[in-house]
Design a protein around this ligand. Structure first.
Ligand code: ATP
Length: 308
């Protein structure tokens, strides 16, 4: 679906994309993740040929991107980060306008608009002006405008920023439904848990570069911090120093009586810890082991936190 090779994009002295490569296959949700300013929107705008790039190659549906290729444009949907709707048009009229850029037949368009409204759950608000909608509903309208023409490839740029929980669920369930209906989705977000839950594959960006890609499992296996064990101790003693001296421990954090211990790749971290607890006659109420989160992966790869 998308093949982007060694793309360089400069804004004067700023290198926004630095030999950036990216691919997306058919019928997958691919997450594009990274901190503010790492180049996500620039990458998407280059794929959409909204922006010219300095070097590299981009193909979509097997063809070189070109702002004049309308056949490609018809098969793509875009939901930009900034809400792009007309305040002087109501919900139906907004969706119909954007759908009308690709679908000229009015009967077909009406059916597609109705389906898009149902898809984002705005049936009760058909005649509402955007001014009368909440922030989350505006986002849902923004999405309806981008998907009404049933694209094969959809770009969603941070669609859940500043939305209420109900709209967020609508959006996430909607993205999963799009995939079930055969659409490939490129999804950018700062919310790492959302990406873990939603995306089939992830690309992590930093400073305009693709620094890691793969499924969550592949990314988890690629880093050295492999396991995080959380224990709730009842003992008063500060155990950080002792825990740090256990084999394979990378880091120990304490919050009240709860300790989070990061281990390197190893088979026996949990048995070793339980042995330590028994030998030191410690009392614990809960113990659980987790694989590294995307947040841990990002931290190890970049040395920086990517805060939700
Ligand atoms: N029109 C522009 N002129 C100059 N610099 C720009 C322009 N657009 C983006 N940049 C710079 O290019 C870099 C990449 O920006 P971009 O918006 O692509 O990042 P992003 O990952 O989408 O950020 P965010 O998560 O905040 O949306 C940043 O350093 C940004 O300041």
């Amino acid at each position: 679906m998308i093949l982007m090779k060694d793309v360089i994009k400069r804004y004067k002295e700023v290198i926004a994309l630095d030999h950036f490569s990216f691919s997306a296959g058919e019928n997958e949700i691919i997450g594009l993740l990274g901190p503010n300013g790492c180049g996500k929107t620039t990458a998407i705008n280059c794929m959409l040929s909204i922006l010219k790039f300095d070097k590299g190659e981009i193909e979509i549906f097997g063809e070189k991107v070109d702002p004049n290729n309308n056949d490609i444009k018809q098969r793509i949907g875009v939901v930009p980060q900034e809400i792009a709707i007309f305040n002087n048009l109501n919900v139906v009229e907004n969706i119909s306008f954007f759908c009308g850029l690709y679908v000229k037949d009015s009967k077909t368009r009406k059916k597609l608009v109705d389906e898009a409204i149902e898809f984002v759950g705005l049936e009760k608000y058909r005649k509402f002006s955007p001014r009368q909608l909440s922030g989350g509903m505006k986002r849902r309208l923004n999405i309806a405008c981008g998907i009404a023409h049933k694209p094969d490839l959809l770009f969603l740029d941070e669609p859940t920023v500043a939305v209420d929980a109900q709209s967020r669920n609508f959006i996430l369930e909607g993205v999963k439904k799009m995939k079930d209906n055969g659409t490939t989705v490129v999804y950018t977000t700062h919310y790492l848990e959302e990406a873990e839950d939603l995306c089939d594959r992830l690309v992590i960006m930093d400073n305009g570069r693709n620094i890691a890609q793969g499924t969550l499992n592949e990314l988890q296996r690629s880093i050295s911090t492999q396991e995080s064990i959380t224990v709730s101790f009842l003992d008063d003693e500060d155990l950080r120093k002792k825990l740090k001296s256990l084999p394979n421990v990378v880091n120990v954090e304490k919050s009240g009586e709860i300790y989070t211990i990061q281990f390197e790749k190893h088979q026996n971290n949990l048995p070793n810890l339980i042995k330590f607890i028994e030998e030191n006659q410690l009392t614990y109420t809960q113990i659980s082991s987790e694989k590294p989160s995307l947040s841990n992966i990002f931290l190890e790869l970049t040395g920086k936190e990517l805060r939700d």
